[in-house]
Ligand binder design. Structure first.
Ligand SMILES: [Zn+2]
Ligand SMILES: [Zn+2]
Ligand SMILES: [Zn+2]
Length: 108
């Protein structure tokens, strides 16, 4: 699994912490390869976010559906990770901070 830490340039005041990152368990496998809410509406959205709590896959806020945010609002699951190639970041909705892989700390 990947351990996550708050990104220094997260656009937030220094010292911002995210208690959710440390509390995340092993990353769930994605439940689907697409945003199922969009697929049900005949759309195929590529900008996807993976819920690190349950593995739900939803489209990003920059997509028409914004289903990843809708999932957070309906479940309270705090952290999503981008699944786009080359995107090494996650986002905590609660603390509004970007997270990055914590390379200095090896998961137990
Ligand atoms: Zn957080
Ligand atoms: Zn969607
Ligand atoms: Zn979830």
């Amino acid at each position: 699994m990947t351990a996550w830490t708050v990104r220094p340039d997260g656009g937030r005041p220094q010292g911002r912490v995210c208690p959710h990152a440390a509390a995340l368990g092993p990353e769930s496998a994605p439940l689907s390869g697409a945003c199922l809410e969009c697929v049900a509406r005949g759309r195929h959205e590529h900008r996807l976010r993976l819920c690190l709590t349950c593995g739900h896959v939803g489209c990003s806020d920059s997509s028409p559906g914004g289903h990843a945010t809708a999932h957070h609002e309906s479940t309270g699951h705090p952290v999503v990770r981008s699944t786009e190639p080359g995107h090494e970041w996650a986002w905590c909705y609660v603390d509004e901070v970007f997270l990055e892989p914590d390379c200095g700390r090896r998961p137990a």
